[in-house]
Write a protein that binds this ligand. Structure first.
Ligand code: ASP
Length: 327
């Protein structure tokens, strides 16, 4: 008779889910052309499919979020990688972070230039350095040493980001304007298109990743919430994986992503309840416009925004598959 140790337990497969965002802000249907709307929805779907494909093949949450982010970084429509916004000095300085909820490993970079896919550099920091967070020239040196793909300045250039920057470069303005404008003005005045992904894989492991060019006309080496672990990006198998988008200064002050995790871990709130409190109460109280995506280790997911829109999508193994823009 087999003793207890010899009984083979079936391997438990969790539900698996991928959720993405492509930035939040005053995104209104009236300001959008059908062509532009379709272009955004198409890339969101490609990103979802790329990340979900990894999960379907039994891949890890970390590899799924990486795959989803790379698709959006490579597309000029988003403020990450190609198409990143311009700084006060007229260059692109990009931030990114990735976190593995199964072991709390994390990697992040800030203010990197000419790196084709900042998320791949963040992953390299996580997997192949003794550090968590590298910045500026040092991060670029590390990219070169590790053979991370670089691109010339022209690769990152996009006319509408350039026009957006040109219109405010002589001012100290870098911030959000909350009134409604036509798209042309929106693209000039508002920052859009930070990208993020969170996933729960078939083993119940969680991961989060975020990548951004930050805010138009930012100066003095400004770093937003996206690469700051616990603020714009966080993952912990015991609670959730979160990626944020919005006015980074407020998300840093709110320690937004980690606050969701804490509300779940220490107060027993559900993902949806915790995200609602952080986005619709705590961030609103300090004027933090934006949103976030989250997933828990059962594959439940939530997308919450206090802005008029957020490019977003979710796909799971139960057949849910949706991409959306407006609130
Ligand atoms: N949160 C990003 C930052 O402040 C910007 C964004 O989400 O669009 O850098």
């Amino acid at each position: 008779m087999a003793n207890f140790d010899q009984i083979q337990m079936p391997i438990h497969m969790s539900d698996f889910t991928l959720v993405i965002h492509g930035g939040a802000g005053t995104i209104l249907k009236d300001d959008m052309t059908p062509e532009l709307e379709k272009a955004y929805l198409d890339v969101l779907q490609s990103s979802l499919d790329a990340g979900f494909g990894v999960l379907e093949q039994g891949g890890s949450a970390v590899n799924a979020v990486k795959a989803a982010i790379v698709v959006m970084e490579d597309n000029v429509l988003f403020n990450a990688g190609r198409g990143a916004v311009f700084t006060k000095k007229g260059v692109q300085e990009m931030d990114a972070a990735i976190m593995d909820g199964s072991n709390l490993n994390a990697g992040a970079v800030a203010g990197v230039r000419n790196v084709r896919n900042p998320i791949l550099l963040a992953m390299e920091v996580m997997n192949n350095s003794n550090h968590v967070f590298l910045s500026g020239k040092g991060a670029n040196d590390f990219a070169i040493k590790q053979g991370i793909k670089l691109e010339p300045d022209e690769y990152f250039y996009s006319q509408f980001r350039y026009d957006q920057w040109k219109s405010i470069r002589d001012s100290d303005n870098y911030s959000l304007d909350h009134t409604n404008h036509h798209l042309e003005e929106l693209l000039r005045d508002k920052k859009f298109g930070t990208v993020g992904a969170v996933a729960c894989d078939s083993n119940g492991n969680l991961a989060a990743a975020t990548s951004t060019g930050g805010m138009t006309n930012k100066k003095y080496g400004r770093i937003g919430d996206s690469p700051v672990i616990g603020c714009g990006t966080y993952a912990n198998n015991h609670s959730c994986a979160i990626s944020c988008t919005g006015h980074g200064e407020m998300f840093i002050r709110a320690v937004a992503a980690y606050d969701v995790s804490c509300l779940m871990e220490y107060k027993g709130l559900s993902l949806q309840q915790a995200m609602d409190i952080v986005v619709n109460e705590k961030l609103v109280q300090i004027g933090g416009e934006g949103g976030m995506i989250g997933v828990d280790s059962k594959g439940n997911f939530s997308l919450v925004l206090n802005s008029a829109g957020m490019y977003r999508g979710a796909k799971n193994n139960k057949g849910f598959n949706k991409v959306e823009i407006y609130k």
